[in-house]
Design a protein. Structure first.
Length: 537
């Protein structure tokens, strides 16, 4: 901020929570349950609570039972008890039922819309006195004179691409607090800044990720089996690429379908979006969606690294919870219960200690860490292919993760092979006719919107790398790994080949920030309220 700029308005709280997802809301609720006099604020960049939330989602109810006893008498709008599980291995034309691993048995669990569940949690937090501010993006960290985190800065809203105020302009706000809790979810841009600043990952492996693409469908009457949970592995992925599908049968003839691809894939020509669409056209899958219509869709990255990629979760004045820390249990394909648990643990710690100090030790001594430590070798076990991974997963399951070894994770951005070194990949993928017809059409179903003249929130740190080395060596992989066609290579009569960024299409999945082989794409938060507005995802 320049010397001539007006002073920002300052608000004071005891605790600031960044992100109104399950971790942040659980933390806020438990804080007020423990100490009613605490002043607690939750900052949410989505236009409304739940607008930016996308997940499977099948949840374990135990932590929610503890947080809100009796919630089952007034459940979230979408909450379907799981009736049966099914997992299959797919080839291009066939489907083979395989035994359900213990971690994926869902008896007693519920299929939910996580966005709707967060929208259901928010008023319960407000009833306890929590201040929730949707539509306000925490754009920066406020640091104290001694280098600690002292709160967050709500970005100036109404700037054009050159950083000048538009006709409608809102001066930024500083929110100060002795404790700031980062619950941004996967690859939050403030969490990323703090992890780097305080070297929180110095003693851990690189975090690894997957990109999940999800759609909600209204299927023809009689095709939905409420409470049915289906997963698959295999086709359309080759045996060297980790990932799989989910189909969750909800209520009112609605079905959630999605596909997760690990971002350590090696082929720069691969497209996660196209793999998902091919899956929907498998002979055993397509009949479910024929005669139906897609209602909404979107994409989000998920943390897959587990215990060995867990950074230190405390720093002076702040702490990390939920997916901002990386607590998802990948073999279970679940993270919501871990997010709620970590939020409650953080709340208990802060209410007792009035600071972040000691939270890292508390988390590592808890059942939260014990759960991901037990399965720490499952994800990296697939680094050498599907069959080796399945064998490793079986061993780790039988031994409950007690073998004295920890396999390593490697950064996803380093995994792409250069075109000249790539073995040809045979993908006999077929034509398809189920919507969406292409990635651009999927933007419509995400209901995403950004003001066209706001500052671009996708920063290219070295544009020359994109149009030279990356293009020559990888054939512009950003034009394929992005699930909604943000990145486009265009021919310019004057400038030649250039990278065009269609930032208005962005659904905030963060894939580009993770997968770019030269790490020159930096995702930062756009103006508050911008982005997707997911409906029941």
């Amino acid at each position: 901020m320049s010397d001539t700029a007006p002073e920002r308005e300052v608000m004071e709280y005891d605790v600031i929570i960044v992100g109104a997802g399950p971790a942040g809301l659980a933390c806020a609720i438990r804080l007020k349950q423990l100490k009613q006099d605490l002043m607690v604020a939750v900052i949410e960049k989505g236009a409304e609570v739940g607008a930016h939330i996308l997940s499977g989602a099948v949840i374990e109810p135990g932590p929610l039972d503890e947080l809100i006893p009796g919630w089952r008498e007034n459940p979230p709008p979408t909450c379907v008890p799981v009736e049966n599980d099914e997992i299959a291995f797919l080839t291009a034309r066939s489907r083979y039922r395989i035994p359900t691993p213990p971690q994926q048995k869902n008896h007693g669990n519920f299929i939910v819309s996580l966005g709707a569940m967060c929208a259901w949690l928010a008023p319960q937090a407000e009833d306890l006195g929590v201040d929730i501010f949707p539509g306000y993006a925490a754009a920066g960290i406020r640091y104290t004179d001694d280098g600690a985190v002292g709160g967050v800065i709500i970005g100036d809203m109404g700037l054009d691409r050159d950083g000048q105020p538009k006709d409608t302009y809102l001066q930024g706000i500083e929110i100060h607090a002795p404790v700031t809790i980062l619950a941004e979810g996967c690859r939050g841009h403030l969490s990323k800044e703090l992890i780097a600043r305080y070297k929180l990952d110095a003693a851990s492996d690189p975090q690894v990720y997957g990109v999940g693409i999800k759609e909600l469908w209204q299927v023809a009457p009689g095709k939905c089996s409420p409470g049915k949970v289906q997963h698959s592995i295999g086709w359309p992925l080759d045996s060297s690429t980790y990932g799989g599908s989910f189909i969750y049968h909800m209520d009112n003839d609605r079905v959630a379908v999605g596909f997760v691809t690990a971002l350590d894939y090696t082929d720069p020509e691969f497209s996660p979006f196209e793999a998902f669409q091919q899956f929907k056209h498998h002979p055993s899958v397509k009949p479910l969606f024929e005669g139906g219509e897609i209602l909404s869709g979107g994409a989000r990255t998920i943390v897959e690294g587990g215990a060995q990629s867990l950074p230190r979760v405390e720093m002076p004045g702040a702490l990390l919870i939920g997916d901002a820390a990386g607590l998802l249990n990948l073999p279970k394909i679940k993270g919501t219960h871990q997010a709620i648990r970590s939020g409650m643990l953080a709340a208990s710690h802060v209410a007792d200690k009035s600071s972040a100090e000691g939270f890292d030790q508390a988390l590592r001594a808890s059942e939260i860490y014990a759960e991901i430590h037990k399965v720490r070798n499952v994800r990296p076990g697939f680094n050498k292919g599907l069959w080796r991974g399945l064998m490793t997963a079986a061993i780790e399951t039988v031994t409950l993760g007690k073998l004295p070894r920890t396999l390593q994770n490697h950064a996803d951005h380093s995994s792409l092979q250069k075109l000249q070194d790539l073995e040809p990949v045979d993908r006999p993928w077929g034509e398809r006719d189920l919507p969406p017809r292409d990635r651009l059409a999927s933007v419509y179903f995400a209901n995403t919107a950004h003001e066209e003249d706001q500052p671009v929130h996708l920063q290219i740190l070295d544009p020359d790398v994109c149009t030279s080395r990356c293009g020559e060596e990888y054939n512009y992989p950003c034009t394929r790994f992005c699930p909604v066609e943000v990145y486009e290579i265009v021919e310019d009569a004057e400038a030649g080949v250039r990278l065009q960024i269609n930032a208005a299409n962005c659904v905030h999945c963060k894939t580009c920030d993770i997968k770019d082989p030269y790490e020159v794409i930096n995702w930062v938060t756009p103006e508050g309220g911008s982005g997707p507005n997911y409906q029941n995802l």
